[in-house]
Ligand binder design. Structure first.
Ligand code: C2O
Ligand code: CU
Length: 460
């Protein structure tokens, strides 16, 4: 056992069990097994409500917290014990295309009873996550997701490093996952499937004991199908990273987190509880709390002043390829017709017969579309115009992009993998196409993607 492994083993032992997550599955060899299967579990604490049939990894909601070191070889075997085909996508990880886990694009889906071995070395430290990428709008809404934490060589010293995977569920009158409303066209054409019940790490308003006065790193992950969470913190915290990327240190108290986005916070606690409240519905909804508990001992992490990351500059844009992307459709939208599989069809027919209501550049998304065919090493600017009445969380697989406001020229302080576009907004997503393959670009409001908001960028 070398020094690194020893440090890893001791830091793991010292790490308190996380927020109701199942035991950490980090092993020295970083080999993981993720068994996707159906479990029965209650989503509310009320005994009069029945359990729901959830689809999870390794029997837990969320799936196990995978922790690896930056650049380390990681192997994860998916074992499919579900009644339908599935895959795993490693959201935000830059990896080789064949490991990206997009069913019908980068791999055939893994059939029930079959297995698939994912092998890659995460090149960037930060907060990532994994989720099903087959019939995602339904499989993720049933629970197929988990956190993936990549640790860099110089992480800030904290007393607690905690993950909060936030999800909203649509429960029926019996308090069970409302399966009857899966695929409802109304959701697909509006804001997506929004829930009426909130969980953090699969629990309702978990109270996480922490050392009084401790320094906490809180990694928030939005695992909802469609809801943009608005979280209010009990007191200002330091924003440390977005989508895994270090950001200049800023003080935040109100956080907007779109589907698939992550934010890392550094919080210096007092002896008081530190609740997080979700307010996207207009009604405050308790999400979770950090609760100082003297029984855990004294905090030791020094409250050192953190330093800003070295700023990254934009790549040279002189020869950049411009990729216009006009987003259209949805309720109250202006899309009258669009092309599906090469045939122009009126929107009514698309909606009624194909459940398609959104388009990019007049084309209803499917895995055969190509927004662009880039050469390896090209710099590209995706010029997005959200010409709909809805917000969309645009996610590009395989790359991290800068976001530039075309009107002001302002560039995001850090790169992202998911950008929230408000209705009417225009943005430029700038990236270097340094990884060959077929990369999905889609709205992470999963019903929107299923209903047409997706395309593919080819890099060769
Ligand atoms: Cu988080 Cu296409 O995925
Ligand atoms: Cu969308």
């Amino acid at each position: 056992m070398n020094r690194r492994d020893f440090l890893k083993a001791t830091s793991l032992a010292a790490m308190a069990p996380s927020f109701g997550l199942s035991a950490q599955t980090l092993s020295t060899s970083s080999q993981f097994r993720l068994e996707a299967a159906v479990i029965e579990q209650a989503l509310t604490p009320y005994p009069e409500y029945k359990a729901s049939s959830l689809w999870t990894y390794n029997g837990g909601l969320p799936g196990p917290e995978l922790r690896v070191r930056q650049g380390e070889l990681m192997q994860a075997e998916l074992v499919n014990r579900l009644p339908e085909p599935t895959t795993i996508h490693w959201h935000g990880i830059r990896l080789s295309n064949g490991m990206d886990g997009v069913s019908m694009l980068t791999q055939p889906p893994v059939e029930p009873g079959a297995r698939f071995q994912y092998v890659f070395s995460p090149p960037d430290a930060g907060t990532y996550w994994y989720h099903s990428h087959a019939k995602t709008w339904q499989q993720m809404a049933r629970g197929l997701y988990g956190p993936l934490i990549v640790e860099g060589p110089d992480e800030p010293v904290v007393d607690h490093d905690l993950v909060c995977m936030i999800d909203d569920w649509r429960l029926n009158a019996e308090g069970q996952l409302d399966e009857a409303s899966f695929g409802r066209l109304h959701d697909w054409a509006h804001g997506g499937r929004l829930g009426n019940w909130l969980t953090v790490n699969g629990e309702s308003n978990p109270q996480r004991p922490v050392k009084p006065g401790s320094r906490v790193r809180l990694r928030l992950i939005n695992a909802a199908n469609a809801r943009i969470f608005r979280l209010q913190l009990a007191a200002p915290a330091v924003q440390y990273a977005l989508d895994g990327y270090r950001t200049p240190l800023t003080s935040v108290q109100d956080i907007e987190l779109a589907p698939a986005q992550r934010v890392d916070l550094i919080i210096d606690l007092t002896a008081e509880p530190f609740p997080l409240t979700e307010v996207s519905t207009g009604e405050p909804y308790p999400a979770c709390s950090l609760v100082p508990d003297a029984a855990l001992g004294t905090a030791t992490a020094a409250k050192v002043t953190l330093t800003d990351p070295t700023p990254e500059s934009l790549p040279n844009l002189d020869t950049a390829k411009r990729l216009p992307l006009h987003m259209q459709g949805g309720a109250m939208g202006n899309l009258t017709e669009a092309s599906l599989d090469g045939v122009m069809r009126p929107i009514r027919e698309l909606a009624r017969e194909y459940q398609k209501v959104w388009a990019f550049n007049g084309v209803v998304g499917n895995m055969k579309n190509r927004l662009a065919d880039l050469r390896l090493g090209d710099t590209a600017i995706i010029e997005i115009w959200n010409d709909t009445r809805w917000p969309h969380a645009m996610h590009l697989h395989g790359f991290h992009f800068w976001v530039r406001d075309p009107e002001t020229g302002t560039v995001s302080a850090s790169r992202r993998d998911t950008h929230l576009m408000h209705a009417g907004e225009r943005a430029e997503l700038i990236f270097v196409a340094d990884n060959p393959g077929l990369w999905l670009l889609h709205c992470h409001m999963l019903e929107h993607h299923a209903a047409g908001m997706g395309t593919v960028i080819q890099v060769s």
